[in-house]
Write a protein that binds this ligand. Structure first.
Ligand SMILES: [Zn+2]
Length: 259
């Protein structure tokens, strides 16, 4: 297999629509790119180089709900690229169990700030809200819409009826400091059929496709994605759920049952 060099990375990301000054939120499967010269660090370096001093690179740095969340040591469980960004000098991590994010660059601190003051990890005030409020872009790098966490933020805005509540070990940041339990309220558990909305997004010109190595990329403007999904959710509050009668979660949610 051919190794992808820095020049090709630079060229490919630009072709995908990554531009100087962007707020870029990346969901990725690093291995899907193929063999990259310089590894995951090189991908982050190239992205930071394209984004420039006014740009901001952000990624989810999600963690398991079963272990207490330690912002300093809890590894991201959503791929090598996000774990590498978390370990990059200057990267900032937001304080919230499960739905923590990591950011590097212009206004990284502000992007991650006050996540701990949010009621819910993807709710109002979270980095996922800022993503569209700051006119950011979402890049799916070798992954599909089922990884696109901002869609949960739209569910929050539309006051979805099917969120759950979950009790987890308290996180290791103040004021919890690992003591007792933490209540995840309006937690986006259960099935979503996010992949199913791809056709709608594509038909409405909301996805720009590209390729980085072997990885297919989908780039979306977060504000446009927000406006489209909010319109769809106002027409059908269950737009993100499946219609499979054998899917217990979606069937119950559609009947308005308490989750
Ligand atoms: Zn379902």
């Amino acid at each position: 297999m051919k190794t992808i060099g820095l020049q090709e990375l630079r060229f490919s990301f630009r072709q995908c629509g990554v531009e100087e000054g962007d707020l870029l939120f990346v969901h990725s499967a690093f291995g899907s790119i193929g063999k990259v010269q310089g590894g995951a660090e090189a991908v982050i370096d190239v992205l930071m180089e394209i984004l420039g001093p006014q740009g901001l690179l952000a990624m989810p740095a999600m963690t398991s709900p079963f272990d207490p969340f330690d912002p300093l040591t809890s590894k991201s469980n959503v791929g090598l690229l996000s774990e590498t960004l978390r370990n990059t000098k200057g990267a900032v991590r937001s304080l919230f169990p499960v739905h923590s994010v990591v950011a590097l660059g212009h206004k990284a601190e502000e992007f991650c700030s006050d996540h701990d003051k949010c009621t819910s990890g993807c709710g109002a005030g979270s980095p996922f809200y800022k993503l569209w409020q700051w006119n950011g872009k979402v890049l799916l790098l070798g992954v599909d819409q089922d990884r696109n966490t901002i869609l949960h933020a739209f569910e929050h805005e539309s006051k979805a009826s099917y969120f759950m509540s979950l009790e987890i070990p308290a996180p290791l940041y103040p004021p919890y400091n690992g003591n007792g339990v933490f209540q995840l309220v309006d937690f986006p558990e259960g099935h979503r059929n996010f992949i199913n909305i791809t056709a709608d997004l594509r038909e409405n010109g909301l996805i720009r496709y590209g390729k980085v190595g072997n990885a297919v990329t989908q780039l979306m403007n977060a504000k446009e994605l927000h406006d489209f999904c909010m319109m769809k959710l106002s027409e059908d509050p269950y737009y993100f759920l499946c219609k499979n009668p054998n899917c217990d979660f979606c069937s119950r949610a559609r009947k308005g049952e308490k989750m």
